[in-house]
Structures are given as C-alpha cells and as structure tokens.
Design a protein around this ligand. Structure first.
Ligand code: G3I
Length: 366
C-alpha cells in the first residue's frame, strides 16, 4: 500500500508543486516517484493522503464551506471535498435570504442539495446561520418589533425543524458583537428585540432540533482582545441563564501580516471550555497578499500559520472541529472582499499547498 508523504523540504515548496515521496514501505522497486515540477494546469483531484485521516488521528472533524452550484458543476471540487473532509458547512445556501426570500415561503432546494451530497459522502453538516445581520431578506427590515419576533421565531423554528436529524450543529447566532467597543452589534435584531434576542434564538432552535449542537459564531474573537472578551462575557451570560448553547465558533479569518497570537487563542479556547462549552475553528482562511516575498516564501509562511493555529485546536480537548472557509484558491470569498489572494489549502488547480501540509502536521502533532 503506498502511503504518500511530503518531503520535509517540501514545507517551503512553491505552489508549483510539492515534493511527493513514497513513505512508509519506502520507495517502490523503481525508486521514488518522479517529483512533480509544476502543478497540473488542468484541475485534478490530487493523489495525496486524505486530510480527514490526519484529523481523525487527532479526534477532530475537519471541514470546509462549500457552494451547491460548485458541487454540481465541478467534479474536481466535489471530489476533492469528498476525499479530504468529513464536515460540511453551506457557504450561503442555508441563510435567511435564500431559505425564506418572502415571508412564510421557504426554499430549501439548495440546502437540501448540499445536505444530500454530504450524506452521500459520509460527511456531517453544520447549518449556517439561523440569525445574522447580513443575508437577511429585505422584507424583515420593515417589520414592527412584534412582527419581527414572530418572524424570527418562525424562521428559526421552521428551518431548524426542516434539517433536524440531517445536521449535527447550527450556527444559531452569527456575529452579534460589534467590531469596536466590546458591545452588542447595533443590528435590526438588537434594535427591534433587545439583547434577549440572542438567548431567544437559542431556545427556539433547541426546541426545533433537540439533537443539534448549537453554536454562537463570530470573527476577530479568536484571541484575548476587546471583542473576544465581549463574546466571552456574552456566552458566559447565556450559560449562566441556562440558555441551551453548546459552543462557540471562532471564525479565524486571518491576515498573515497580523495573525492572532497562539497563546491568546489557546487561553481564549480554554476559558470558553471552562464554561463547559465546545469550541471550533469555524471559517478559517489565511490571507497572504500583504506579505512580502515571492510565492514560495508567502506560502511557507501561510503554512506555518495554519499549522500553529490548527495546532492550538488540537491541543485543546474542547476544540472538536476545524472548518476552512473554502478549500481551493479558485473559490474564496476573500478575492471579492479583500482583493485577489490565495488563502486556502489547495491552489487553483486543486493541488495541495504548504498550508495543507501545515494542517496535516498540526493534526498529526508533527
Ligand atoms: O452564485 C450564486 C448565484 O447562483 C445566485 O443566483 C445568487 C443569488 O443571490 O447568489 C450567488 O451566490 C452568492 C454567493 O456568495 C456565492 O458567490 C450570493 O449571492 C452571496 O450572498 C454569497 O455571499 C456569501 C456571504 O457570506 C453572504 O451570505 C459568501 O459566499 C460567503 O463566503 C460569506 O460568508 C460569511 C459567513 O457566512 C459569516 N462569516 C463571514 C463570511 C465572509 O463574509
């Protein structure tokens, strides 16, 4: 049985291709396979050890956000996900605007396609996201407070009930903390319903799907800064009120110029775990466009950041899953938001980058 491993020197390999050597059983009689000199120009599913094997060795779920249209249109996209991941998040198809575009009229078609793909490939599904100040249809914005509470409760109840038994977790409330000041975000939900909208959302979700793990999910809350402290105090309060919350998603959208300090992420995960909560890395990507140096240098630095931050999850017993926000540089939200970048584990031809090696090393504690 041939086991593929990356040569140590490949850590700094360029995106042009990683040095793949036959490991475990040594080289075959013909000697080591010829090293690929450049990534294939046509996308293909890389013949490498599935990342899920390394994740399972550490007792973690490893996942990615996916898009329904790409799953159905791109066999290499679908096949690469199926080979490497066992945890799936719909990148946008299960949010409020695509699922209830008009009041009381639900469209689960795209979410159902994604869940069916996951089930066909033995992957768990995390629903994302029941309540978020973005991706909320415009009809919600014109409701009175009383109508808004009815609409929010109905949306959460109906969507969570629809997927009950088919998802293992939900991001119930997404990004409720303001970017500055350590306070709740000034959203239509806070204005219309008051701060208790968060606890209420979790209670309705639990009633609709008693089996799903219920998460609070946010960004720039990974370390020990003001926003992270506010998120900690928020979920601490929910736990103390007996609100049915099971964990916290740390999105981990990272700039390689300013990654969160490993020790801060570890301390934050630990204090959340001390509340009795699970934690997960829920949307990880590492932007490198602002890094100096050539591609090889930037990809090597990116790989080290992936290794170190996923390593914090592997070292924290309460951190049960790592999800990347996409897995190929061919399809990342980052390009349209921050400018062209290569933030993910596989390049645009679906070949693994040092980022992939870094994550694999973290799971294998190498
Ligand atoms: O491709 C479809 C098209 O077929 C369809 O007809 C059209 C209908 O609106 O939508 C198109 O999809 C777009 C999708 O991105 C794929 O490009 C959606 O319009 C667009 O809303 C969607 O944006 C997503 C965004 O959340 C809003 O839902 C991004 O993909 C997604 O990466 C981003 O993810 C968020 C997380 O949920 C929360 N954390 C931050 C993260 C990045 O903003």
């Amino acid at each position: 049985m041939t086991h593929w491993r990356y040569a140590q020197g490949a850590r700094a390999a360029t995106a042009a291709g990683l040095a793949l050597l036959v490991g475990c059983g040594g080289s075959g009689p013909e000697g080591p396979s010829p090293l690929p000199t450049t990534a294939p120009t046509t996308p293909e599913i890389a013949e490498i050890a599935p990342l899920v094997g390394a994740a399972r060795a550490s007792g973690r779920w490893v996942g990615s956000a996916v898009q329904a249209n790409l799953l159905s249109a791109d066999a290499v996209y679908a096949g690469t996900f199926a080979r490497h991941f066992d945890y799936l998040t719909a990148e946008w198809e299960m949010k409020w605007d695509p699922t209830e575009p008009t009041p009381g009229v639900f469209d689960f078609s795209l979410g159902d396609q994604i869940v069916a793909f996951a089930e066909a490939n033995g992957a768990r599904v995390k629903g994302h996201a029941l309540l978020w100040h973005q991706a909320t249809p415009s009809w919600v914005e014109s409701l009175s407070s009383a109508e808004l509470q009815i609409a929010v409760d109905a949306h959460i109840r109906i969507v969570a009930a629809h997927y009950a038994g088919r998802v293992v977790a939900w991001d119930v409330v997404n990004e409720a903390i303001a970017d500055e000041g350590g306070v709740l975000r000034d959203s239509l939900f806070l204005r219309g319903l008051g701060p208790d909208y968060i606890a209420s959302a979790f209670r309705v979700a639990r009633e609709a799907d008693p089996q799903a793990l219920l998460f609070y999910n946010d960004y720039n809350t990974e370390g020990m800064g003001t926003k992270a402290n506010a998120a900690y105090e928020l979920v601490k309060g929910l736990v103390e009120q007996g609100v049915p919350i099971d964990g916290v998603g740390l999105q981990m959208h990272v700039s390689a110029r300013f990654p969160p300090r490993v020790e801060d992420v570890a301390a934050n995960m630990r204090r959340l775990a001390d509340l009795g909560l699970l934690v997960n890395i829920s949307e990880m990507d590492v932007r490198i466009r602002e890094l100096p140096g050539d591609s090889a240098t930037r990809f090597a630095a990116q790989g080290a950041i992936y290794r170190d931050l996923v390593g914090v999850c592997v070292a924290e017993p309460a951190c049960h899953a790592v999800t990347f926000w996409g897995f190929t540089d061919a399809h990342s939200w980052v390009d349209g938001t921050f400018g062209a970048d290569d933030p993910l584990l596989f390049d645009e031809a679906y070949q693994p980058k040092p980022a992939f090696s870094g994550v694999e090393d973290a799971f294998l504690r190498r």
